[in-house]
Design a protein around this ligand. Structure first.
Ligand SMILES: Cc1ncc(COP(=O)(O)O)c(C=O)c1O
Length: 557
């Protein structure tokens, strides 16, 4: 019997149905083969990942670091915690013997190479920073010869620190890249092991011991750990460990906005080389994230944020206020990031950890840090204000400022009609208060320019306001005053001066001490000198006549 007779359909339909079924079966087989293939690939990738994770975890657990490193405390930051309504902890790597965590990775890397190659002639690296000290110390502990290549511009203080561990220092090249090229050449020629500052699994594993300590020191829940990123060795070590044992803990990478090589790499989906790198936080001033570190951390890090120089300075101050310790800019990067993250996400009641990664700070940088910290906290506004050049207008301007604390006041006579004042005003309610205050000045017809984010103003112009007023100021007397620093003291003083004499020069900077110091120029006719001096004596404010001072005569008159 013919099949179409049984099915009661025509032969063409049977052929069509058969063909259609054959196509469907082929498609299903092809699809499942592809899926199986993909599933198999995924499985393999996952297995390799899991093995790598396990292997790295083992590397951290077996890393040798305590021959030179100490287990640093995890300190609770009372002030920051209550200010931000979160529980903030600080891992104190600034307390290592070389004042940074870098000895962990350096020692582990050198120890592991030496273990495999006991005949090793020595080690070499190129660094002008904390890694140089780490390598020098680690090598001396293992009785190995260490050679450190540094750019010729390296400050003497860093050269001597490295030499004090018995390392040989070679100064070569104008910049880090030139020093590194020479270092690699020497390594080959002299059979020395090159110790990379971050792109080496043994270095990363050494840094990872920090994460192991944190987990032991704080076994309860941690919501997030903030990690500074330069080349990524510290983050790779911490991420490799944390994501293997406590995957729920968030890892937030923090970089300076002007040295954000990891942030840019994540954005581009590949490693990029930054054209310019800001060197304020020199420990993390790296042009390109490491190859190995990038492949390891790109999928493990939960978020990347950047912070400004002013925010880093504010975090140095916060660290000082809570611990009385001074950290280097790179050491404060993670706390700066923590504060920014908490504010932007509105976090409350979380347990957060920042890493103070180092304290190798030149003392003379503190001045810059203290000046910028208030701006970073939005606790100071820097304004250029134009006021009329006439007796009493300075006082009127100060009356508008009212009870607000003045942090800085610079003024020099320029012409007969207008005067430009450079003023620093303390803010207690951040940006909102600044905006309100600028609006108030504008409503009183003052021309105002906000200088708070103007780098030239902050770095240079504020110190240069002044100069020679030319022939227009002929009858000027210069006086230095010292008065107890308290709110309103400056205004009181100006109220007493009144409108009798025009003020032609004014310089005041709050130094945070008990006494405020002011340098002031008055236009006083010769015939009036006696009256003026008698008036000053009546103020009962210590003052000194500086009219003959050579600094004044040379630069301001
Ligand atoms: C104080 C300090 N913090 C952070 C870092 C960043 O470490 P990494 O380059 O491993 O990301 C460094 C690197 O030298 C450093 O010295």
């Amino acid at each position: 019997m013919k099949i179409w007779r049984i099915l009661a359909i025509g032969p063409t339909k049977v052929i069509a149905i058969t063909l259609f079924t054959a196509v469907c079966i082929t498609l299903v087989i092809a699809w499942s083969a592809g899926t199986i293939h993909n599933l198999w690939l995924d499985y393999l990738t996952e297995t390799i990942r899991a093995m790598a994770k396990q292997q790295f975890l083992e590397k951290v657990l077996t890393a040798r670091v305590y021959d030179v490193a100490r287990e640093t405390p995890l300190d609770y930051l009372e002030r920051i915690s209550s200010r931000f309504d979160n529980k903030v902890w600080l891992k104190r790597e600034d307390l290592q013997s070389i004042y940074s965590f870098k000895l962990r990775g350096a020692f582990n890397a050198i120890y592991q190479v030496h273990r495999i190659h006991p005949e090793l002639a020595g080690v070499i690296t190129a660094s002008a920073g904390n890694h140089a000290q780490g390598v020098a110390l680690a090598a001396s502990k293992l009785h190995l010869k260490a050679t450190i290549v540094m750019p010729t511009s390296t400050p003497n203080i860093k050269v001597s620190a490295v030499k004090s561990f018995g390392a040989k220092v070679i100064l070569h090249g104008d910049n880090f890249d030139a020093a590194k090229d020479y270092c690699l050449e020497l390594a080959k020629k002299e059979g020395l092991a090159f110790i990379h500052p971050f792109d080496d699994f043994n270095v990363m594993a050494g840094q990872g011991t920090i994460a192991h300590e944190i987990i032991r020191q704080h076994p309860d829940n941690i919501d997030a750990i903030f990690v500074p990123v330069g080349g990524g060795g510290l983050m790779a070590g911490i991420a490799g460990f944390i994501k293997a044992v406590k995957p729920d803990v968030k890892l937030i990478a923090v970089e300076p906005a002007d040295a954000a090589c990891f942030y840019e790499a994540i954005k581009a989906g590949r490693r990029v080389t930054l054209k310019e790198v800001g060197i304020f936080a020199d420990g993390v001033a790296v042009r390109q994230i490491g190859k190995k570190t990038y492949s390891m951390i790109r999928d493990l890090v939960d978020d990347v944020i950047t912070v400004s120089t002013d925010q880093i300075c504010a975090a140095i101050k916060d660290t000082f206020e809570d611990t009385r310790a001074i950290c280097e800019p790179a050491g404060a990067v993670s706390l700066a990031g923590l504060k920014k993250y908490v504010e932007s996400k509105g976090l409350k009641g979380r347990t957060l950890v920042a890493i103070n990664s180092g304290a190798n700070m030149n003392f003379d940088r503190l001045r810059h840090v203290s000046e910028r910290s208030e701006l970073g906290e939005e606790r100071e506004a820097l304004l250029a204000v134009q006021i009329p050049e006439q007796p009493g207008s300075f006082k009127r301007f100060c009356q508008i400022i009212g009870k607000r604390q003045i942090t800085e006041f610079n003024y020099r006579y320029a012409d007969d009609s207008i005067a430009r004042v450079f003023a620093g005003i303390q803010l207690t309610h951040g940006i909102a208060e600044k905006i309100e205050f600028i609006a108030l000045l504008k409503s009183k017809n003052y021309l105002v320019v906000d200088m708070s984010d103007n780098e030239v103003a902050k770095l240079h112009a504020r110190y240069m306001v002044g100069g020679h007023p030319g022939a227009s100021v002929t009858n000027e007397l210069l006086f230095r005053f010292q008065f107890p620093e308290k709110p309103g003291a400056l205004l009181n003083f100006l109220m007493k001066v009144g409108k009798r004499w025009n003020i032609s020069l004014f310089h005041y900077r709050n130094h945070g001490s008990n006494f405020g110091r002011i340098l002031m120029g008055f236009q006083v006719d010769k015939a009036d000198h006696e009256t003026f001096r008698a008036f000053l004596s009546s103020l009962d404010i210590p003052h000194w006549d500086e009219t003959e001072n050579s600094a004044y005569q040379l630069f301001l008159k």
